[in-house]
Ligand binder design. Structure first.
Ligand code: WTA
Length: 685
């Protein structure tokens, strides 16, 4: 008490003294009449206009399973990934772009330069396109620095970006643009892939046509240019609609756009991914929870420090690139490498040459890339003087012998490896070893991340104990900040897809009653490490890219002669899994190579080259149950030389042998053990 009184006295004295000496400093207050009618009366206004504001509720679970994270908080993702670093790191490389042609020198972009470019492009988006917070923009771009610049410029304005993988077709891009009701499409004239300069802008024309057919008209197409003064695309510009960015951008030179403080719960981006139906779903990610989750996992699991040179070889068009090339690393002031092209171009040493030249010390890639590089050059890494401290594998299960090559030859036994399991829906890693704490176990993703509580459940919903050796469905018991908010425009599908299976009481308000169903099979070892076996639904993981069999089937059905189509996964030495297509023709149609070619073309046009099937089999009929259900599981067994199981309950059991002969040949082949995901394929139907 005495202390407080003393302090008050001090304050009073000093104010009194000031009053004597500086009379002009007296305060004059507005009249209560004015205050009563004024627009601005909240003294907290300054707080609300700072870029970041602390939240009042960390997790609000009142409306399961729509969790809210960091409620009341305000932030801007672009500010946190760019502006925040200027004080300390303005001259440090934020991004290093490695063009595919080796004749083009890598280009470093400092944080200061990134700041300038993000601001100028944000000004263009705001003033030239009229974009504002909450609007959507579809981005269909290759791996160039203009892609993160575009994303961060959107984030600066609160505009929701929807990046569509550059390898998807124009049609796939158009469908996604229509679903998200984007106003603007941002693309590039062309890019290098395998030594060729591809025409990419042509896809935008198709995208706009397809979107219009879906009832949604995009207003503008903005086109980045790959080479100054050149045009890599033969596609004509539509006047008033298409604009070269480098012709408009000079009008915004030097402009600074204040980052808009966004609600922690405001959507940051959409990322479309494949599910069990023919229609991709727009995973809607929130600003605060997502950014916190990817930053934390980048720091503690990727072990990124600002002085590291970090290279994630994924494509920014997939979730891995969003979380672990752009948002996570940049939030940590890392130097993030962007490589334009194919890992084996022009030869098997390219990746290791880049690592040596840039002195990369954290390397992040997929099992498919590792298998590819191993096949192309078993001893190649030893020829280059690079040293990784840390390596990641993500996206598919990795075979222990491939893991060992990664560890011994690529990592030179110096690098720690994390095998990170997660999904587009999850924002960031769910299972992984903690690199400095947990030992590595080839083929295992490791334990749940700190704060993530995974468990294995059987079909009845019972939890399968660790060490039982029994496979089941991996679920996450608790909400976490990186989980998506919902499926864009489809709350019901969100609940059905991820929570219905194991929620016993749909009216429950307790988060404990809402485990997240991941649609992956897994086994939990006694040491608490999870081994992921792969999808249990109709999704095929092709070279680490997620494709829906139903989407491919819909594409096949656009060929007029095709009456029925079934797509199944088949094991591939390099890509892990690839789709194999079965089609039955309309009555009276003769099978022909032309039909096969047309099915192939339809898949490429509607989805993209990544979905190209290994084989297309024209079969006389599909195996079906008596109620007419197509048994994809039997076709998957045939494609993978596994046991077809009991077929006596089928309506047409004899067709199974006919199809088997077409695929495997007349002579019966030995039935082998097939992978768990292939056994499980189609089970969820
Ligand atoms: C698979 C990619 C085994 C899994 C980040 C999942 C994995 C799907 C691993 C999600 C891993 C991802 N080990 N399988 N470490 N990581 N998967 O949405 O089947 O493109 O459901 O996200 O990839 O693929 P998505």
């Amino acid at each position: 008490m005495a202390d407080i009184r003393q302090k008050q006295q001090v304050i009073e004295t000093s104010e009194a003294q000031i009053a004597v000496h500086w009379r002009e400093e007296e305060y004059y207050y507005p009249s209560s009449k004015f205050i009563g009618q004024a627009n601005l009366t909240d003294p907290d206004i300054l707080n609300r206009f700072s870029e970041n504001k602390y939240w009042h509720t960390t997790l609000d679970t009142s409306d399961p399973p729509f969790w809210k994270w960091f409620v009341g908080g305000k932030l801007n993702a672009s500010y946190n990934c760019v502006d925040r670093h200027l004080a300390k790191y303005k001259n440090k490389a934020a991004l290093i772009f490695v063009p595919e042609p080796e004749s083009e020198t890598p280009i470093s972009l400092t944080y200061r330069e990134l700041y300038v470019r993000v601001n100028e492009f944000a000004a263009l988006l705001r003033d030239f396109c009229g974009l504002k917070a909450g609007d959507r923009v579809t981005i269909h771009m290759p791996m160039v620095p203009e892609l993160p610049i575009t994303m961060l410029a959107c984030a600066r304005l609160g505009v929701i970006h929807s990046v569509v993988f550059g390898g998807f077709s124009g049609e796939a891009c158009g469908m996604r643009a229509a679903d998200s009701q984007s106003n603007v499409l941002i693309t590039m004239d062309g890019y290098y892939r395998n030594g060729k300069l591809l025409d990419h802008k042509a896809a935008a024309d198709i995208a706009l046509e397809v979107s219009a057919k879906e009832g949604h008209k995009l207003e503008k197409v903005l086109v980045w240019r790959r080479h100054a003064g050149q045009n890599a695309s033969a596609s004509p510009f539509v006047k008033g609609r298409d604009h070269w960015i480098d012709e408009v951008l000079p009008n915004y030179a030097g402009e600074i756009v204040a980052p808009i403080p966004m609600d922690a719960e405001a959507p940051l981006f959409l990322m479309y991914t494949s599910g069990s139906t023919g229609k991709p779903k727009g995973c809607q990610h929130r600003t605060g929870g997502y950014l916190a989750y990817v930053t934390g996992t980048s720091k503690y699991i990727q072990d990124i420090h600002p002085e590291d040179v970090y290279w994630c070889m994924a494509d920014i068009g997939w979730i891995t690139g969003h979380s672990y090339i752009v948002y996570g690393p940049l939030a940590l002031a890392a130097t993030s490498v962007i490589y334009e092209g194919v890992p084996t171009f022009p030869d098997a040493g390219r990746v290791w040459r880049i690592a040596e030249r840039l002195d990369v010390n954290i390397f992040h890639t997929s099992p498919t890339a590792i298998r590819m590089l191993r096949k192309a050059g078993l001893d190649e890494p030893a020829k280059y003087n690079y040293h990784f401290k840390h390596m990641t594998t993500v996206g598919e299960p990795i075979e222990p012998e491939v893991w060992r090559w990664y560890y011994e030859t690529v990592g030179k036994r110096e690098a720690v490896i994390v095998d990170t399991w997660w999904q587009t829906e999850n924002g960031g890693f769910l299972c992984s070893t903690k690199p400095a704490i947990d030992p590595m176990k080839p083929g295992s993703a490791g334990p749940g991340m700190p704060g993530i509580f995974p468990e294995i459940r059987d079909e009845m919903g019972q939890v399968v104990p660790a060490g039982s050796g029994k496979a089941g469905n991996i679920c996450i018991r608790n909400p976490w900040p990186g989980i998506m908010q919902t499926i864009w425009g489809d709350r019901d599908r969100f609940v059905t897809q991820y929570y219905r299976k194991y929620c016993k009481d749909p009216n429950s308000k307790k988060w404990q009653d809402w485990p997240y169903f991941a649609a992956d099979g897994a086994v939990l070892a006694v040491d608490g490490y999870f081994r992921i076996l792969g999808r249990v639904d109709d999704v095929i993981n092709v070279a680490g890219h997620r494709l829906g069999t139903k989407e491919i089937e819909s594409a096949c059905l656009t060929v007029p002669e095709v009456a029925e189509a079934a797509v199944v996964p088949v094991v591939d030495e390099i890509k892990g899994r690839v789709p194999e297509v079965y089609v039955a023709l309309t009555p009276g149609t003769q099978p022909s190579q032309e039909i096969v070619d047309n099915v192939n073309k339809a898949i490429e046009t509607i989805i993209g080259k990544i979905a190209r099937p290994k084989h297309i089999h024209i079969v006389p009929d599909m195996p079906k149950t008596r109620s007419g259900k197509l048994m994809r599981r039997i076709l998957a067994a045939i494609s993978n030389r596994g046991a077809t199981g009991d077929i006596t309950t089928l309506a047409n059991p004899d067709v199974v042998e006919k199809v088997r002969e077409m695929v495997q040949g007349k002579e019966p082949v030995a039935v082998g053990e097939v992978a768990e995901d292939i056994k499980q394929f189609g089970k969820e139907e």
